[in-house]
Design a protein around this ligand. Sequence first.
Ligand code: ATP
Ligand code: MG
Length: 147
Amino acid sequence: MSVTGSYVINSEAEMEDFAKKVAGTVKGGELITLDGELGSGKTFFVGALCEHLGIKRTMICSPTYTIMREIKGHVKIYHWDFYRVKSIDELIAVDFLELLNEKNTVNIIEWASLFKESWENCFPRIEIKIEFGEKDEQRRIRAESKS
Ligand SMILES: Nc1ncnc2c1ncn2[C@@H]1O[C@H](COP(=O)(O)OP(=O)(O)OP(=O)(O)O)[C@@H](O)[C@H]1O
Ligand SMILES: [Mg+2]
């Protein structure tokens, strides 16, 4: 099953459903990239996804001040946020590439496109772009699976 496609999300509940669909395709070893403006719902999505992977949502917060947080559930997850990363050297310093290639681990990156060169050759991956819609809780999602 693939999640490739465009989605119009009308509520937080529908974002949960989308996260569940993505979770259904996760086996371990994937990279999930998230892009979208501040407050578009990247961290919300990660919380919902993790819940469907057997992790309590209370453990999910934005890793803003740490670049990466490790979350342990049924699968191991590395949750990254590139928003405050200034150069690729900072990623190299925390062994980004090694962690990305770790077997069975799921890597999720918020603001991934800021350092696209660091991951664009990694497979299998799911690229997710979130845009605000016209209404309050509305979001437009474009998802692509690359293997
Ligand atoms: N359909 C929706 N999907 C996701 N979040 C929604 C939706 N509707 C409203 N929200 C709200 O929008 C906010 C999204 O915040 P969130 O921290 O997930 O954004 P973010 O993209 O991670 O931002 P940042 O770039 O600062 O990390 C939350 O407060 C959430 O409750
Ligand atoms: Mg966030």
